[in-house]
Unconditional design. Sequence first.
Length: 319
Amino acid sequence: MPFEYEEIGSFNDGLALIADEDDYGYVSTSGEIKIPLKYSLAFDFNEGIAVVKDNLNYGIINTAGNIQVAFQYKWIESFGPMGLYRAKNDSLYGLINTKGDTVLPFEYDRIGEFHDGLIMIVKGQKYGFANTNGEIQIALKYQFSEGTVVWGNFKDGFAKFAYKNLIGIMDKKGKRIFPSIFQDIALYNDSGLIAVKKRGAWGYSDQRIKLRIPYKYKSAQSFVGNTAIVLDEEGWTFIDLEAKLKVEEHYDVIETLDGVGYLIKKQNLFGILDFDLNPIVALRYKKIKFFNEFSYQLIAEDEIQYYNWKTGQLISVKK
């Protein structure tokens, strides 16, 4: 392939995106230009189709360069889940499929992303949720603000909602599980104590909305099993269901590492605890970074190590 392109992408579906100073096209693995450089913007192929833009509008083409969805939209997201794409027609948003059929009408001021199979839809100052068939699952009756797109999506079957600037919890059928009586609510689950905020402080409520641990923390996370992470006057630490400290230490940072345990930081040094709060990586590293699916990179003053959390193996590499 000649050295004449400003950009060459990775190969997907046998084609790679290429660009010169003005236009985009696609090239095969043999270096042959399969789709001419004629688009003002283009994205990688995915499952045989790609989003491209002519001088004015967005459309979708297939690997033969044939138009799959007509160039009539002001915007189409580059990849859509479950064969659905968010698109903008004039000033309003809707959903289309890979054939260009309208799945959700173009009548919304804003559309979010799919979470737990539901997508947030906004019209005026109200929002609700639609499913992957474009059906309204939860009516547009909740008060929308810019922050709603960050904290208002579903996770594990539940979502926060706001009413008169107070926060509650609803399920995927729109049933209100927690009333909107709190300043904030941490991640909700239906089996443990939930961190809730009132009068500027955090405490814990049970599933019957009964306060079990008083409002006394600067920040808090909901219980997972019999352990919760809280921030008190001394720093971040762990408590049990009776609000007793599970460790004597306080930390500058505690973060949950899925499947592994907890990343801890104190006095600019990092370590890892398992879920029983036993140290599995000593608190002595300048940095700990995700490396791959099973490993973390541990950076010390004089060496770099790799910790495989599946096997517990620690591999050292001298700097």
